[in-house]
Design a protein around this ligand. Structure first.
Ligand SMILES: [Zn+2]
Length: 394
């Protein structure tokens, strides 16, 4: 159900992660969050960094904020997006991690490619028993952020098929069994998070749009199966909170994972079947190529389009953002349009100022269009000339 985006026209947000400050040197590692928060140094750094992330987003004028994915460790390529769940759920032998076997049958990124490091750094706990929620502690993570701001805090997690693909398994006979066990555990955890009051839950990267180019998941799940898996994982959430489905074309080390610019078009019709209130699309980096198809096939949900690129350090100008939104409005009605980044900006590579000014530009550009449409503009401090420190001669 709609909560955070319900009464806002052209609401603005980011996908999730933000670049780590250099002084944030603590990492959770295999500890659970509440245990780590017992450590006064960790607690101080963690709460300070979440506070900084929230403040930056508020100053940039975003309507929906995130905790910047502050619970992720500083790992090669932003690997912690994947490792956080498997190091904290039950069933995984987190004290004897090993490099997970490549399950694709071939190495996508050979030695010499930056993402070869990412593959080498997939040091994962093996699955040795039945999967359970364990110490995911999503509610505690979300509350730690939400108690520092009145803006709605969106909380995101990676989806089960990607977790299942990342680990070796000595317990389940079949990878599909493994996927569904992880899905059930995430579903329980996410329902508790929704019951705790989390206003927006974001599922990051169901593989539906990857299937036309990469083939079925584990050679078995087609697009319909992947939609069913998504819907099973979010079962029960739709009546309690706003559910987002995030899709993009990859982000490790802020890299594109495909050499070609990819289109969602072959999967668009199926994507409309996910039980989500909002679907996000990478649109900036792909040169807005899918806006028409999005408008044609995504007919009853809200659509969040990425108007700033997480791969690039070039900060998009507000005029470019506004132009992108105007083009989207030719295909998607304003009541159903949400403005966001293509993906997270904190998975290694971008610095804090680039991310900050991308957020500011995102809101300035949205304000240009809001003004044109006679909608209320976001008031915010980051672009308020009254506080500039420049000396300007008369
Ligand atoms: Zn993404």
């Amino acid at each position: 159900m709609l909560t955070a985006t319900k009464d806002i026209m052209l609401p603005t947000t980011i996908i999730g992660s933000l670049p780590r400050p250099s002084w944030f040197t603590e990492n959770l590692r295999e500890r659970n969050f509440l245990h780590a928060m017992m450590d006064s140094r960790f607690r101080e750094q963690y709460t300070d960094v979440v506070s900084v992330y929230l403040k930056e987003q508020e100053c940039a004028g975003l309507d929906i904020v995130t905790d910047g994915d502050a619970h992720y460790d500083e790992q090669v390529g932003g690997q912690s997006w994947t490792t956080y769940p498997v190091y904290h759920m039950e069933g995984f032998d987190k004290y004897h991690p090993q490099q997970a076997e490549m399950k694709t049958g071939g190495v996508a990124f050979p030695m010499g490619h930056i993402l070869h490091d990412y593959l080498e750094a997939r040091i994962m706990p093996k699955l040795t028993g039945p999967v359970g929620r364990g110490d995911l502690q999503f509610s505690a993570l979300w509350k730690t952020a939400q108690r520092m701001t009145k803006k709605p805090v969106k909380f995101g997690t990676i989806t089960p098929e990607l977790l299942a693909a990342a680990v070796d398994d000595e317990y389940y006979k079949d990878p599909i069994e493994r996927i569904y066990a992880i899905s059930a555990a995430l579903n329980e955890e996410l329902n508790e998070l929704a019951d705790a009051g989390c206003p927006v839950i974001q599922m990051e990267e169901p593989q539906i749009h990857m299937i036309p180019s990469r083939g079925k998941v584990f050679g078995k799940l087609d697009m319909d199966d992947a939609v069913k898996l998504f819907n099973d994982t979010v079962k029960g959430l739709g009546a309690k909170t706003e559910v987002w489905c995030h899709t993009c074309w990859g982000n490790p080390s802020q890299q594109r994972m495909f050499k070609d610019v990819m289109s969602y078009a072959p999967a668009m019709e199926k994507l409309n079947d996910v039980e989500a209130d909002v679907i996000t699309f990478e649109s900036c980096s792909s040169g807005r190529m899918d806006l028409e198809a999005i408008g044609k096939y995504i007919t009853d949900k809200k659509v969040a389009i990425g108007v700033v690129d997480h791969h690039s350090l070039q900060v998009e100008r507000p005029e470019e953002v506004a132009d992108h939104i105007r083009e989207a409005l030719k295909h998607i009605p304003a009541e159903r349009l949400v403005i966001c980044s293509d993906c997270g900006m904190g998975r290694e590579g971008m610095n804090r100022r680039h991310a900050r000014y991308k957020m500011v530009s995102l809101v300035l550009g949205t304000n240009i269009v809001r003004k044109e449409l006679g909608l209320p503009e976001a008031e915010f401090l980051a672009a308020d000339d009254r506080y500039s420190l420049l000396k300007i001669a008369d």
